[in-house]
Design a protein around this ligand. Sequence first.
Ligand code: PGA
Length: 238
Amino acid sequence: MGRIRLVAGNWKMHGSRKANRELLEALVSGVPQGRGVECTVCVPFPYLGEVAGQLKGTTVTWGAQNVSEHAQGAYTGEVSAAMLAEFACRYVIVGHSERRQLYGESDAQVAAKFTAAKAAGMTPILCVGETLQERDAGRTEDVVARQLGAVKFDGGVLAYEPVWAIGTGRTATPEQAQQVHAFLRGRVGPGTAIIYGGSVKPQNAGAIFAMPDVDGGLIGGASLVAKDFLDIVKAAAK
Ligand code: PGA
């Protein structure tokens, strides 16, 4: 079907210039080549310049974790898509559940961020996912359909991240992931990469990535440990 396989590290608010350098050195030398999987790191804004410098010319790509929906102006503390594009970001995470929950991002705002990232030539990674309460109420498909439906989705990567599995050590079973991925596949078609996120570790990555509609992962905690992240990238390789 020709869609990409992608393993994206979401560093969240972690890192230091020294730790980043060491982590990226290990990734650059350890990432599998020519095995059909792309490895990317989504880093905190202040590190973008150095990360871009270190990764330029390697097969590891980079991106950001958030972007403003506005082009420019009096938006203190915000970062525009054009600024990210200047640092050659390939990807931008939009609509992560931490942004939705902790910073009150609405579906409409997420949609505008998606459009802004696309317009600047980057690939948005749109996160969707239900809370435990929504899952227990049988509303998983309604919730992800609403989150996806709010966005004019074309040319992005979709990430299914059940909120109850993020940072909890409680991962969706491969079958639970596949079920939602298949539902999303019905909406976005065969050409779109749909990656899974939520407590992916070296121990469970292989089984999750073996599912037919799982095209890789969005990795939080385990992306900060070079060996773990590399093992997860290898699990996604063909
Ligand atoms: P986790 O985070 O792997 O630490 O659960 C995933 C994410 O939030 O993207």
